[in-house]
Design a protein around this ligand. Structure first.
Ligand code: SAM
Length: 267
């Protein structure tokens, strides 16, 4: 006998997809084949999971809510390639994933940014990600310099991946309906050649410090965040960053050049 469904928990971001067209569009965007392992974060009631299991070689689905387990086991019992794990995605051992894993998720919005950063940290194991996000976050991921949405999330995501805003999704496609708009993004992880964790940590610190005081110039922002003035002066001059520049004016390449100029002081 099928297990009855527990009510959706708002605190866990449980807005379940009910529109088969959107589910098909997400699965098709992931372009899966039998050679692919998929990591799904938050399978919920399994709306997407069944489609992923039909296309991929293996699906690892991590769900935090143990109440959903009996339903998932009942409804997806026929999916021999499903590996269901009950636990917090933030504690998932990403290093155990096979190389070139594909992430597909309708993310819980309350924790989407920490999960996104955890996934970007695990990028060496990943090939591409198809993520449903709050529209506002999706726009920030894809934003270009000199726009209101451009910030830390844009630079750090675009440093790791090519970002495409794929399509928007109406609130009517979920039960319960979310109070915010939703959009699906496609991230293709960039080559990992030359990736050095220590340098990357310094890059991340620099980008965060640059945007820490949006109304100030980049130079003042970095100074307020504890970078020594003489180092700022030398590195910005070397990187060709004008003294009046603000964080949102710099491209990803500008940040890379600036980080390399700071690195020369740190090694
Ligand atoms: N994939 C399903 C769908 O599209 O209908 C459910 C998506 S729902 C927006 C988000 C899911 O993530 C919920 O099932 C929720 O319980 C789960 N979740 C919330 N926080 C989580 C976490 N930290 N780790 C893993 N799953 C989480």
């Amino acid at each position: 006998m099928a297990s009855s469904l527990p009510p959706a928990l708002k605190r866990l971001g449980q807005n379940f997809l009910i529109d088969p067209n959107i589910i098909r569009k997400i699965v098709s965007l992931a372009a899966l084949g039998p050679e692919d392992t998929v990591l799904e974060i938050g399978p919920g009631r399994g709306a997407l999971t069944a489609g992923l299991c039909a296309e991929a070689g293996r699906v690892i689905a991590v769900e935090i809510d143990p109440q959903l387990q009996p339903h998932l086991q009942d409804s997806l019992g026929h999916c021999r390639n499903l590996d269901l794990r009950i636990g917090d995605a933030l504690a998932f051992p990403f290093e155990t994933l096979p190389l070139r894993t594909v992430v597909v998720a309708n993310l819980p919005y309350y924790v989407s940014t920490p999960i996104l950063f955890a996934l970007l940290d695990a990028r060496a194991r990943l090939d591409r990600l198809v993520l449903m996000l709050q529209t506002e976050v999706a726009l920030r991921l894809a934003a270009k310099p000199n726009s209101e949405d451009y910030g830390v999330l844009s630079v750090l995501t675009q440093e790791a991946a090519e970002v495409d805003l794929a399509f928007r999704v109406s609130a009517n496609c979920f039960r319960p309906r979310p109070t915010v708009g939703s959009a699906v993004v496609h991230l293709r992880i960039k080559t990992q050649e030359g990736f050095e964790p220590v340098r990357h940590e310094r890059f991340r610190r620099l980008v965060r410090a640059s945007f820490a005081h949006r109304r100030k110039t980049l130079v003042n922002s970095l100074r307020d965040e504890g970078y020594p003035p003489e180092q700022i002066a030398r590195a910005t001059a070397e990187a060709g960053v004008p003294p009046q520049a603000r964080a949102e004016m710099l491209t990803l390449d500008d940040y890379r050049t600036l980080a390399r100029a700071f690195d020369r002081d740190s090694v």
